[in-house]
Write a protein that binds this ligand. Structure first.
Ligand code: NDP
Ligand code: 8X3
Length: 257
């Protein structure tokens, strides 16, 4: 029988790549995001390529009413979720605290922290009822270190790091594994979103070195979910080879060679 994975934020980047990876490994998928057209395209693509069943749910993780409405009322068969990938998230802006945009702060805190909590609050009881499960939280190097102007984004990812540890304690007796996957810089829509559609700025962010790609992170998630029952990957920090930590990246430009 196929297993079921629920991936939040599957319309792009890491979530989308993880959907491909798990579908290829014989999972049926519940995929969520706000952009319906992208979810529908992905659902079609995965169905054709991997012959898997896909349930696509369009909602905003910041809205707990929607989270409960869509996930709380899943048909019984879809409640049998083996793997939850809490991936939906974003950075909005990059500014010193004294110039921070309050709407950006709210968006990051509401999505990265509260959204992740809302989804887990609904899904964890399904896993408890079945006596097993695996929750993967996508944290970040920004959840381990803080960088200039990253204040609130880094705080949200530090919060997810703490929540990961807390979930692990609370869910231990229920045989539910909890894993943090913490990537460094990954070339996805992340920077385009952070810089509010400014393509030049987003492209510059990844210039002069090879960042991770979404597939690299999907591979790490896949590794974590395919360990035998007695093994849990608590925390995986995965960086581009050219990025030593949150603040130091070795960039080489043709004119400097
Ligand atoms: P993308 O921007 O490519 O993807 C983000 C996904 O999150 C999209 O599918 C988006 O879907 C979804 N999302 C955002 N806000 C909401 C919301 N309010 N409700 C529902 N879904 C939402 O970025 P990444 O793939 O890079 O990011 C995925 C995760 O990885 C994030 O948590 C990010 O913080 C983390 N991360 C990213 C790194 C990077 O350098 N790229 C490094 C470390 C961690 P839609 O817009 O359709 O709603
Ligand atoms: C995203 C990685 O370093 O751009 O979490 O903040 S970084």
């Amino acid at each position: 029988m196929k297993k079921i994975a629920l991936i939040t934020g599957a319309t792009a980047g890491i979530g989308r790549a993880t959907a491909h990876k798990l579908a290829q490994d014989n999972y049926n998928l519940i995929l969520t995001g706000r952009r319906q057209d992208l979810l529908e395209d992905l659902k079609k693509e995965l169905g054709i390529k991997y012959k898997c069943d896909v349930l696509s749910l369009v909602f905003d993780v910041r809205n707990n009413k929607q989270v409960e409405e869509f996930l709380g009322t899943l048909p019984e068969i879809w409640k049998e979720i083996d793997v939850l990938v809490n991936n939906a998230g974003l950075a909005a802006g990059l500014a010193p605290v004294q110039e921070g945009d309050l709407a950006d702060w709210d968006q990051m805190i509401d999505t990265n922290v509260k959204g992740l909590l809302y989804v887990t609050r609904v899904v964890a009881p399904f896993m408890i009822a079945r006596g097993h499960g695996h929750i993967i939280n996508i944290t970040s190097i920004a959840g381990k270190e803080v960088y200039e102007n990253g204040n609130v984004y880094c705080a949200t990812k530090h919060a997810v790091d703490a929540l990961t540890k807390g979930f692990r304690l609370d869910l231990l007796k229920h045989n539910i594994k909890v894993t943090s996957i913490a990537p460094g810089m990954v070339d996805t829509e992340f920077s385009l979103v952070r810089f509010k559609g400014d393509k030049d700025r987003a492209v510059k962010f990844y210039e002069g070195f090879t960042p991770l790609c979404a597939d690299d992170v999907a591979e790490a998630i896949f590794f974590a979910v395919t360990r035998p029952p007695h093994v849990n990957i608590n925390d995986m920090l995965i960086m581009p080879a050219a990025q030593a930590n949150a603040t130091m990246t070795h960039r080489v430009f043709p004119e400097n060679k």
